[in-house]
Ligand binder design. Structure first.
Ligand code: FES
Ligand code: FE2
Length: 347
């Protein structure tokens, strides 16, 4: 199992939906145990600051964005530009020579992309370096979140991620009458990706995919820190389409993880939306309930196992994670330890 449970650094984490952050608004978050305020300026720019005022620690998120575009702390009215520089200390009087710009609030790189807001969490001491890489892209034209569900899992990010990539639980955890079918032996091919691995393109066997016609294929990727893409392709009425399911696990703190699933599809494929409205939240809820049960067992710190091919994705996750953590700690390039392989299991 993992040697280090700390969430990885020098990576982008999904922090929320762009549409839920209106201009002029501030929104408090906790990411990887750090208080972060996401804001959107009056002209639409998204920014992120550490959500503690450098003066006396009051959360900026309880303040406001002033008319000059700065963030005003609610306690003594200090104002900070969105790049973190202090612009004004109202209590100073004429002749008190103090350079406010010496004071800085911590900032985080942010990106608004595919309807989502991503925040870069740098390693300690590397906060001032530019981000290494960019957040993952959905990769369909005009990507808009068409359906989403977000739930808080009371578990570490590792258990949330492993639950996502675990092929052997579906027949037990998601055993609804409309989904259940006889367990079959599966053979799936895997290949490395730059920060993870992919279950290569294949014809999915679950009956639900038949909604999307007979020619449907899918691939499932996992990349650090905790991003899973399912990229479905097919052809309906002679027209090719892509449907993308993005699932991200955002660590709030060591024991809390926000798990969010977002679906993207071209507008004309919108007839699949009712399916997600009926079943989508139920599936994530199944996983969340299992994590609650697991929590009861983990209190007693049992030794855990990862066994054979069905647990190989979880083994890879730990290896990729450890390799990334080592590269951040030593400054050496990350080398993906995953090798191409075919896995077999029954599920
Ligand atoms: S605590 Fe923020 S201005 Fe004093
Ligand atoms: Fe599941």
């Amino acid at each position: 199992m993992a040697t280090d449970d700390a969430p990885l650094r020098n990576l982008w984490y999904m922090a929320g939906f762009a549409a839920r952050l209106a201009p002029g608004k501030l929104n408090h978050q906790v990411l990887l145990g750090e208080p972060v305020v996401l804001g959107r300026s009056h002209d639409g720019e998204v920014f992120a600051l550490r959500d503690t005022c450098p003066h006396r620690g009051v959360p900026f998120s309880a303040g406001k964005i002033a008319s000059d575009g700065t963030v005003e702390c609610p306690y003594h009215g200090w104002r900070f530009a969105t790049d973190g520089v202090c612009k004004m200390i109202p209590s100073l009087v004429e002749g008190q020579d103090f350079d406010a710009s010496r004071i800085r609030a911590r900032t985080y790189p942010v990106r608004e992309q595919d309807g989502l807001i991503w925040v870069y969490m740098a390693a300690e001491g590397q906060e001032n370096q530019p981000p290494k890489g960019e957040p993952p892209e959905v990769g369909i034209t005009n990507p808009r979140p068409r359906w989403s569900v977000s739930q808080t899992f009371r578990c570490s990010v590792d258990h949330a991620v492993i639950g996502l990539m675990d092929p052997a639980h579906a027949a037990y955890v998601h055993a609804h009458w409309y989904w259940r079918r006889k367990a079959k032996e599966k053979t799936k091919h895997y290949a490395p990706l730059s920060n993870g691995f992919v279950m290569t393109r294949h014809q999915p066997s679950k009956p639900a995919y038949r909604l999307l016609g007979a020619e449907v294929t899918t691939e499932i990727t996992f990349e650090l820190p905790s991003t899973r893409f399912e990229n479905v392709e097919g052809r309906l009425f002679g027209r090719p389409f892509k449907v993308v399911s993005l699932t991200v696990c955002t660590p709030i703190d060591a024991e809390t993880t926000q798990v969010t699933q977002i679906m993207y599809w071209p507008r004309w494929v919108g007839f699949i939306r009712p399916f997600f409205m009926v079943f989508g939240a139920a599936f994530l809820g199944d996983d969340r309930r299992m994590v609650e049960l697991q929590r009861q067992g983990l209190k007693f710190t049992p030794r855990l196992m990862l066994i054979q091919d069905a647990d190989q994705p979880a083994i890879w996750y730990h290896r990729v994670k450890n390799a990334w953590a080592a590269s951040v700690a030593t400054g050496t390039p990350f080398i993906n330890p995953v090798e191409e392989r075919t896995l077999r299991w029954r599920s």
